[in-house]
Design a protein around this ligand. Structure first.
Ligand code: SF4
Length: 365
């Protein structure tokens, strides 16, 4: 998820190559209230947590999809800084830096603040008011049964995250969506339960107070598994990432650390590309030599050192335009503040309209 709206020429050039495949589920089960009338673009909402520098996993899992969606829909993208607190409430020292870095990354990637509404969650204080109101009618059991809650508790067992904020994470997501009348929400399979919870909350609200909130639909998006240097999913917390703004030498050094097929010890040994994390990245970056790599790995003619070198050079070249655009943006004084201020101005009337209807329906105003 993200947002913004810029005033000046941003030189954010065209989107990067590639793009995630987007699958819209069959329309028969859709709530008619969230189906746009002919000629109107459906409103899409997605957010992005500023937990650290963007990496290749984010790029293929989120950013390419966002670039594709901005051409097709009325997109609301937001920097989910309050969501970041649900797991990183004790690590806010770099939050401002991460927000700034994320805005620059998105602009450099090609997110166009003149075409999408790009805003920071905490610039919309009504989100907190709406979270309080929806929290009143959301049974605790609905939140406790969301599978990712228990998964996060397990994955972060060494940290004190069993807090009210983490339990309420899906409720906050429901607020993000409904407060801007989001109709479509890009989700991977593992996020469908969150969206279903949002739909249940909307139905409950509308039953209690009248048809005010829009019931969103999932926009199932392919979220490819991008392996990190240790073969596990690329993740900052696992310290196995390639950063999209890493300089070429750092990219080369990181690629050299990637594990490969353990059966292929030296050149001449036949390898199995299908289990090799290096080859998984070749699939994303090296279409020009993909078949050649596959064949020569299997025959043993290709050594892993050379194979990694080929990959590293392609990653370096792929992100070169991005790095140049980002450097140019970074030299533009006030660009981030300007984009966030414009995004807040764009989202505010939408939010105010929703909150007026919600307060009226609940006899609060
Ligand atoms: S040659 Fe390349 S694809 Fe084959 S095992 Fe080595 S690094 Fe992996």
């Amino acid at each position: 998820m993200l947002d913004s709206g810029g005033r000046r020429e941003l030189s954010v050039a065209g989107p990067a190559p590639g793009g995630g495949r987007v699958i819209i589920p069959g329309i028969d089960d859709h709530d008619p209230s969230s189906t746009p009338s002919p000629g109107r673009k459906a409103r899409v909402l997605t957010g992005y947590r500023p937990t650290g520098p963007m990496h290749v996993g984010h790029w293929f899992g989120n950013v390419l999809n966002m670039l594709k969606l901005q051409d097709e829909h009325d997109c609301f993208y937001f920097i989910a800084d309050w969501h970041m607190l649900t797991t990183h409430y004790d690590r806010t020292d770099k939050l401002r830096e991460y927000v700034r870095g994320l805005v620059l990354d998105l602009l450099a990637a090609g997110i166009d603040p003149d075409r999408v509404t790009l805003y920071r969650q905490s610039d919309v204080p009504e989100v907190a008011e709406m979270a309080l109101l929806l929290g009143m009618l959301t049974p605790l059991g609905w939140l406790e049964r969301v599978p990712t809650y228990k998964e996060r508790l397990r994955d972060m067992a060494e940290r004190e995250v069993a807090n009210y904020g983490l339990l309420g994470y899906p409720l906050l997501q429901a607020v993000d969506i409904t407060i801007v009348k989001g109709e479509l929400v890009p989700v991977g399979e593992d996020q469908v339960a969150h969206l279903e919870l949002c739909r249940e909350i909307v139905r409950r609200f509308n039953r209690l107070y009248g048809p005010v909130l829009v019931e969103p639909r999932p926009l199932l998006s392919e979220s490819p598994l991008i392996p990190g240097s240790d073969g596990r999913k690329m993740s900052k917390s696992l310290d196995n990432v390639i950063g999209v703004r890493d300089d070429p030498d750092r990219i080369r050094a990181t690629v050299r650390t990637f594990i490969t097929d353990p059966q292929k010890v030296r050149r001449g040994d036949p390898g199995r590309p299908e289990i090799c994390p290096v080859f998984a990245l070749h699939r994303r970056f090296s279409q020009d030599i993909l078949q050649w790599t596959d064949e020569n790995c299997r025959s043993g003619a290709l050594g892993c050192v050379e194979c990694k070198g080929n990959l590293a050079e392609r990653i370096v070249a792929y992100y070169e335009p991005f790095r140049e655009r980002r450097a140019e943006l970074e030299r533009t004084p006030g660009i981030v503040e300007e984009v966030l201020a414009a995004g807040a101005s764009k989202v505010r009337p939408v939010v105010e309209e929703t909150m007026k209807a919600v307060r009226n329906a609940m006899n609060l105003a």
